[in-house]
Design a binder for this molecule. Structure first.
Ligand code: P5A
Length: 447
C-alpha cells in the first residue's frame, strides 16, 4: 500500500478522553473512531489488525478440530426464557422489540442459540464429540464502557461450544481449548496466563481466565512468579490425545494463579514469598465447563450406546478478539508509539523515501515495493512529500516492526537502511539483502 493512497487519519494531539496508552495510541494511529459510547468504527488499519487476529484464532481453532460457523447477532428472547437467563442477565442485555412486538436481544453470548441448533439436528452419541465456534459481534450494555476496545459495549468475540457424551469427554474438550488458547496468544506475541476464576453468568464450576499482565488491567491477580517462565512454543500437539492435553493443562495450571474472585490468602501463603506476585491483568479469554446446565434446561439430549436419552455435557470458550488489540498494545509499545508483534502487524514493513521526487530514491523504493509484494509481503510505502522527521514519527506511531529507509546518499553507496522498531537498531544493506532479511523474518522463500 502506498501511504498517499491509503486512509490513515493519524492524530497529532493526544485525545483527552483516552485514559490508557492503548486507547490513546489506537486513536492517534487512526485505527478506530468512537461511534457512540463503547461502540467503534474500525478504520482501515485497525480493521487490518482485527482481521489478522481473527485469522490466527481461526487457524488455531481449526487445528484443534473445532468447526467454524456463523450465528446472528440478534436473537429471539424465547430461547433465553427457556434457559432462565432472560431475567438473570439483567441490564447488561440490550433488549429490543421488533415491529410485531416480539422480544429480541442483541446477543451477549450464544449458549442458548447453539444449544437450540444442537437439539434440532443431533440425536445420537455417534455424532459426538462436537465443537462448533464462530467469531461474531456481541453486545453487553456495560455500565462503564471504557479504555476503548478494551471494555466496549459492542465487541468481537470468538465463542466456541463443545458437546460431549460424558463429563470426561467434556473435560478433554476443556483441556484441548486451554492448550489451543496458549498457542493462539503466543502467536500474537502475548503471554496470557491461565488463572482460576469465577464463572459469573455463564455458570459452572470449572473455569479459567487467560490474563495478560499489564498495569492498566482491570483484574487484580495473584500468582507464583515461576509461571511467567512457561512457554508453549512450537511444540507438536495431538489434540485428540487426552493424556497429552491433560499434561499441558497440568503444566500450565498447577502453580498458584488466580483472579481476585477466587484468590485464597491461605493457599497463596504456601508459595515461597520471593515468588509471590500481586499484579494487574487484562482478561483476553475464558473457558468454561458447565456440564448439563443448558442441555437440561433446553432438552438437548442424545441417545447413548444403550439407547437411553441423556443430556449432553457442554462447555463454552471465549476469546476477546477486539479486546486483544488493546491488550497487545498495552504489552508492546514505547513513548513513540505501537510496536506490533510480527504475527499481527498490519503491514510487514514500512518503506520510507527520504527524498520523494529524487529519481534514484523513487526508483529504488518502487523496486523494493515490487519485490516485497511479489514475495507475498504487504509493505507500507510512505511516498508522501513530507519531511523525513514526519515520516519517521508516523512509522514509529503506527508501529510496523521493520522499516527500510531509502535516500539518495545511501543509494550512492548501494545501500538502504533496515531498522527494527523494537530495538531501534539499524543496519545498512544492499536492497536485495534487506528484502531477503525481511522475507526470512516472515518465513517467505526467495525463488
Ligand atoms: C465463553 C464464550 C463468555 O461469554 N460464552 C461464550 C462465554 N465468556 S466471557 O468471559 O464473558 O467473554 C469472553 C471474552 O470476551 C471478552 N469480553 C470483552 N471484550 C471487550 N469488551 C467487553 N465488554 C467484553 N466482555 C467480555 C473478554 O476477553 C472475555 O474473556
Amino acid at each position: 500500500m502506498r501511504l498517499s493512497r491509503y486512509f490513515l487519519p493519524v492524530l497529532k494531539e493526544t485525545p483527552a478522553e483516552a485514559q490508557i496508552v492503548s486507547h490513546r495510541l489506537m486513536l492517534r494511529a487512526g485505527m478506530i473512531k468512537q461511534a457512540s459510547a463503547g461502540i467503534y468504527s474500525w478504520l482501515p488499519m485497525g480493521y487490518k489488525v482485527l482481521k489478522n487476529i481473527e485469522n490466527i484464532v481461526h487457524e488455531e481453532q481449526v487445528r484443534a478440530g473445532h468447526i467454524p460457523m456463523l450465528m446472528p447477532t440478534l436473537q429471539s428472547a424465547d430461547l433465553w426464557k427457556e434457559s432462565g437467563r432472560y431475567d438473570a442477565y439483567g441490564p447488561e442485555m440490550l433488549r429490543i422489540e421488533d415491529r410485531h412486538g416480539r422480544d429480541m436481544l442483541y446477543g451477549p453470548t450464544n449458549e442458548e442459540l447453539i444449544t437450540d441448533i444442537f437439539r434440532s439436528h443431533v440425536g445420537s452419541y455417534k455424532d459426538l464429540p462436537l465443537t462448533l465456534y464462530h467469531i461474531q459481534w456481541k453486545f453487553r450494555d456495560e455500565i462503564r464502557p471504557r479504555f476503548g476496545v478494551m471494555r466496549g459495549r459492542e465487541f468481537l468475540m470468538k465463542d466456541g461450544y463443545n458437546f460431549d457424551l460424558t463429563k470426561e469427554d467434556a473435560l478433554h474438550a476443556y483441556n484441548r481449548h486451554l492448550v489451543s488458547y496458549l498457542r493462539t496468544y503466543e502467536r500474537m506475541g502475548l503471554q496470557a496466563i491461565p488463572m482460576r476464576a469465577d464463572s459469573g453468568p455463564i455458570g459452572g464450576d470449572d473455569t479459567h481466565e487467560f490474563l495478560v499482565l499489564a498495569d492498566t488491567g482491570e483484574s487484580e491477580v495473584f500468582y507464583d512468579a515461576e509461571i511467567t517462565d512457561l512457554k508453549f512454543g512450537d511444540r507438536a500437539i495431538d489434540y485428540d490425545d487426552v493424556a497429552q492435553c491433560q499434561a499441558v493443562l497440568e503444566e500450565f495450571t498447577s502453580r498458584y494463579a488466580r483472579t481476585d474472585e477466587t484468590h485464597d490468602e491461605a493457599e497463596f501463603a504456601k508459595v515461597p514469598e520471593a515468588r509471590r506476585r500481586t499484579a494487574r491483568g487484562i482478561e483476553v479469554g475464558q473457558i468454561f465447563y458447565f456440564g448439563t446446565k443448558y442441555s437440561d434446561a433446553m432438552g438437548a439430549k442424545v441417545a447413548d450406546a444403550d439407547g437411553n436419552r441423556v443430556p449432553v455435557h457442554m462447555g463454552s470458550h471465549g476469546i476477546g478478539v477486539s479486546r486483544l488489540l488493546g491488550a497487545i498494545i498495552e504489552a508492546s509499545h514505547d513513548d513513540n508509539g505501537i510496536i506490533w508483534p510480527e504475527g499481527v502487524t498490519p503491514f510487514h514493513c514500512g518503506i520510507v523515501n527520504l527524498k520523494q521526487g529524487d529519481d534514484a530514491a523513487d526508483a529504488a523504493c518502487d523496486a523494493l515495493y515490487a519485490s516485497l509484494t511479489a514475495l507475498g509481503l504487504d509493505p507500507l510505502y510512505d511516498d508522501r512529500n513530507e519531511r523525513a522527521g514526519g515520516k519517521f514519527a508516523t512509522m514509529d506511531l503506527i508501529g510496523l516492526p521493520w522499516r527500510i529507509t531509502v535516500g539518495p546518499r545511501g543509494l550512492k553507496n548501494g545501500v538502504v537502511e533496515l531498522t527494527s522498531r523494537r530495538t531501534g537498531e539499524s543496519e545498512e544493506l544492499p536492497p536485495e539483502q534487506a528484502i531477503a532479511k525481511v522475507a526470512a523474518i516472515y518465513g517467505k522463500a526467495i525463488a
